[in-house]
Design a protein around this ligand. Structure first.
Ligand code: MLT
Length: 205
């Protein structure tokens, strides 16, 4: 039986108890971040769902009204759906639910940040590549056990430095241990992002 709610996904079992929850960007799919997941932690299990929203045929994790303007009702609904999927996948694949680390890029990073804010029990840590503030939660979650790496591009046309700083501040105000880094890059990922994330993840052990 497949995990419910159903997301098309890839699962690769690793040798350690850690699972990387890989969340692709707009127009991506469940295969996109598998090579980066392997590079970040060759021993981790990988769980990689495909976003269930289509924007002109491009998969995403939630609807947006324009670039950087999110449909907040849809975002909340999709965040809960994804959190429920992760919970049922953890049972289905018998993975350690306390060792799930999100690795999200762009739209995937935004839903990972939303999950930290709305469903803080799901993730122990998160790597957010090119993330912005997804929403302001009505009640502040307790993220005092969560560690977050935010990795941004210093000339990203989609995420400004101020926006990235607001996300770091929001997560810190909920108690999360946040590291934020900027690279000489736009919205695209660079090898430096991946190197930093690998080292950061290694230090979590
Ligand atoms: C989003 O819609 O999540 C952000 O604008 C990033 C993107 O997908 O372009």
């Amino acid at each position: 039986m497949r995990p419910q709610p159903d997301f098309i996904h890839e699962f690769a079992r690793g040798k350690s108890e850690r699972t990387l929850l890989l969340l692709h960007g707009t127009g991506g799919n469940e295969r996109d971040l598998i090579p980066i997941g392997r590079e970040l932690d060759p021993d981790a299990s990988l769980l990689s769902p495909r976003g269930r929203v289509l924007e002109n045929g491009m998969p995403r994790f939630f609807r947006r009204l324009a670039e950087g303007v999110f449909d907040l009702d849809d975002l909340k609904k999709r965040t809960n759906e994804l959190a429920d999927f992760v919970t049922s996948a953890a049972q289905h694949y018998k993975i350690e639910s306390k060792r799930i680390v999100a690795v999200g890029y762009s739209n995937g990073a935004n839903i990972a940040a939303s999950m930290l804010l709305l469903r803080p029990e799901i993730l122990s840590a998160a790597i957010l590549f090119r993330a912005m503030v997804p929403l302001i939660p009505e009640t502040t979650p307790d993220l005092s056990a969560a560690r977050v790496l935010i990795s941004e591009g210093d000339h990203d046309p989609i995420v400004s430095a101020a926006e990235a700083g607001r996300l770091a501040g929001l997560l810190r105000s909920a108690g999360a241990d946040v590291t934020i880094r900027f690279y000489q890059s736009g919205h695209e990922l660079t090898p430096d992002d991946v190197d930093l994330a690998r080292e950061w993840l290694n230090d979590l052990k």
